[in-house]
Ligand binder design. Structure first.
Ligand code: NAD
Ligand code: MG
Length: 384
């Protein structure tokens, strides 16, 4: 039996992880969960899965659930409780599914445990990939990606670390709700339109990232760190059907891809499996009606892609700045303070204005993140 700590249990990835656990209760046990503030969902999870612990980030929500005293799980709050939970000897697998930079604290602690991390929280890798990968390596922590593209690459590499024979890796992108639309035609789009992804149902932050294609740029950086390859090995390609989740080409001419209908339980079930594949309810691909297309990453988003490539090459503080600028831009778009196209302005101008600096430890990452957010807020103020 594997004990799972699910970080970010009340989100969209959380739902998919819970579904896989429910279908495989003979081998998987939900030992503990964390969340920000959705206490009613926390109560439902507590009833259905009876985890030992529930860590609630938001203090008000924590106090409320304690007062209500309606659940059997022990409730926790604060950094030291979070750290103790991640280091709890009973925990075998840590699923990192908090959204945004907020997931860094837990992911960084998890990377020192020597346990297995299932990684969805790409932002922590974009901002702190070097540090997290280093501490995972020195502590013997295994990182298995559950971002669908990265899990696909992982499967195509057959889990092997040796990537010497790889000639190219194609990361696919659905193109999001504004597929084939030029940037100049998107000025007036609403957040409701931007949140409506054609293939995937996801949290609001990653949905906007998919609409802007920033998500693919974050994933390029994530892939560079997770697979230890230079950025020029990776190509971003638009594949509107979201069936082929990525492709690895080898120097002998073979290309291997991983396919499934778009459903996050598929990569999660793979990552949670041991020697055997797990049971999973999924919609099988109807190969008889399959039509797959692949197109170039749009020319008018090349500047964005180039920034991501620069982050891959330069490392250090560049990923922190890129991520922070995007998080501030998305937040302000969702609050109707800037337009869709201004998300790009905030990213480009913040990236230009924030000086690069040397990142030596986790403290310097937090400092740079604060500085970059301040710079991004200045840009927002100047354009809104
Ligand atoms: P979501 O918004 O649906 O859920 C986020 C979860 O994080 C919630 O449980 C929330 O309570 C928790 N959370 C938010 N802020 C927190 C904080 N400050 N402290 C503690 N917990 C906090 O997000 P999601 O769509 O499930 O995405 C989660 C992560 O997985 C993101 O990094 C995203 O990029 C990545 N991801 C998601 C998908 C997907 O299909 N949804 C696919 C690939 C990767
Ligand atoms: Mg993805």
């Amino acid at each position: 039996m594997k004990n799972i700590l699910l970080l970010g249990a009340t989100g969209s990835i959380g739902d998919s992880v819970l579904s896989v656990i429910e279908q495989n209760q003979q081998s998987l046990n939900l030992y503990a969960i964390t969340l920000d503030s959705n206490t009613s969902k926390a109560k439902d999870i507590s009833e259905s899965f009876t985890p030992e612990y529930i860590h609630i980030n938001n203090e008000k929500s924590f106090n409320k659930i304690k007062e209500d005293n309606e659940i059997n799980s022990k409730v926790l709050n604060g950094s030291s409780d979070l750290s103790a939970l991640i280091n709890d000897d009973n925990v075998d697998i840590i699923v990192s599914a908090i959204t945004g930079f907020a997931g860094l604290e837990a992911t960084a602690i998890a990377s020192k445990t020597g346990k297995t991390i299932l990684l969805a929280n790409k932002e922590s890798i974009v901002a702190a990939g070097e540090l997290i990968l280093l501490s995972a390596e020195s502590s013997g922590t295994t990182i298995i990606p559950i971002d669908s593209e990265h899990n696909a690459i992982f499967q195509c590499l057959a889990g092997e670390k040796n990537t010497d024979d790889v000639s190219k890796i194609i990361i696919t992108a659905s193109g999001g709700p504004f597929l084939n639309k030029s940037l100049s035609s998107l000025k007036g789009v609403t957040k409701e339109q931007a949140l409506k992804h054609p293939n995937w149902s996801m949290g609001s932050k990653i949905s906007i990232d998919s609409a802007t294609l920033v998500n693919k740029c974050l994933e390029l950086i994530e892939a560079k760190y997770l697979f230890g390859l230079d950025e020029q090995f990776f190509e971003l390609v638009i594949h509107p059907q979201s069936i082929v989740h990525s492709i690895v080409s080898y120097r002998d001419g073979s290309s291997i891809c991983q396919m499934s209908n778009p459903d996050m339980t598929v990569p999660i079930a793979h990552a949670l499996s041991d020697s055997r594949r797990l049971k999973n309810n999924f919609d099988a691909i109807d190969f008889s009606s399959l039509s797959l297309t692949f197109n170039e990453f749009p020319e008018d988003r090349k500047k964005l892609e180039n920034i991501a490539r620069e982050v891959c090459k330069n490392g250090n503080s560049s990923g922190i700045i890129f991520n922070a600028a995007n998080e501030i831009a998305v937040k302000n778009f969702l609050e109707d303070k800037i337009s869709f196209n201004q998300i790009y302005d905030v990213i480009y101008r913040t990236f230009e204005a924030t000086p690069m600096s040397n990142i030596t430890d986790i403290e310097s990452i937090y400092e740079k993140d604060i500085e970059s957010r301040m710079e991004a807020k200045k840009v927002v103020k100047s354009i809104s």
